[in-house]
Design a protein around this ligand. Structure first.
Ligand code: UDP
Ligand code: MG
Length: 148
């Protein structure tokens, strides 16, 4: 099944949103395959966001991501990449639909609480970067109650 990389950014951790965010993905019916709390080093943050290195906000973005611990996670499930992006909401919280994570919990684009991979291909890259030792394979006994 498909996997995505989800990161609760430093503001999400500081604001005590870790449990709420995990709950959202868990209750939807996705499986947690990997999770760690980490202080990100600058070169690692730059690598994670390398596609955005030419953007004017890149420096500020890197400062933001290294400003405190983040929770890095791998979630698995049917269409989890696209559905995860919907659950997270639009990049700018002013445009995020109510009920999405950013729509509910964020105001500023540079304090938007959470990251989610934007495609299956970037999910693979990000998971390999953040979880080089692999993830944990398990299946919930509720599986047949969630998936046909
Ligand atoms: N960002 C920003 N200013 C912008 C655009 C993006 O500070 O004008 C930050 C924001 O935190 C965003 C991150 O850079 O989540 C990565 O940008 P991307 O376009 O990949 O948005 P995302 O995939 O996170 O929705
Ligand atoms: Mg992105």
């Amino acid at each position: 099944m498909e996997q995505t990389f989800i990161m609760i950014k430093p503001d999400g951790v500081q604001r005590g949103l870790v449990g709420e965010i995990i709950k959202t993905f868990e209750q939807k019916g996705f499986y947690l395959r990997g999770m760690k709390l980490v202080n990100v080093e600058r070169p690692f943050a730059e690598k994670h966001y390398e596609d955005l290195s030419s953007k004017p906000f890149f420096e500020g973005l890197v400062e933001y991501i290294i400003s405190g611990p983040v929770v890095a996670m791998v979630w698995e499930g049917k269409n989890v990449v696209a559905t995860g992006r919907k659950v997270i909401g639009a990049t700018n919280p002013s445009a995020s639909d109510p009920g999405t994570i950013r729509g509910s919990f964020a105001v500023e684009i540079g304090r938007n609480v959470i990251h989610g991979s934007d495609s299956v291909e970037s999910a693979k890259k990000e998971i390999a970067l953040w979880f080089p030792d692999g993830t944990v394979n398990w299946q919930s006994s509720l599986h047949p109650w969630i998936y046909e």
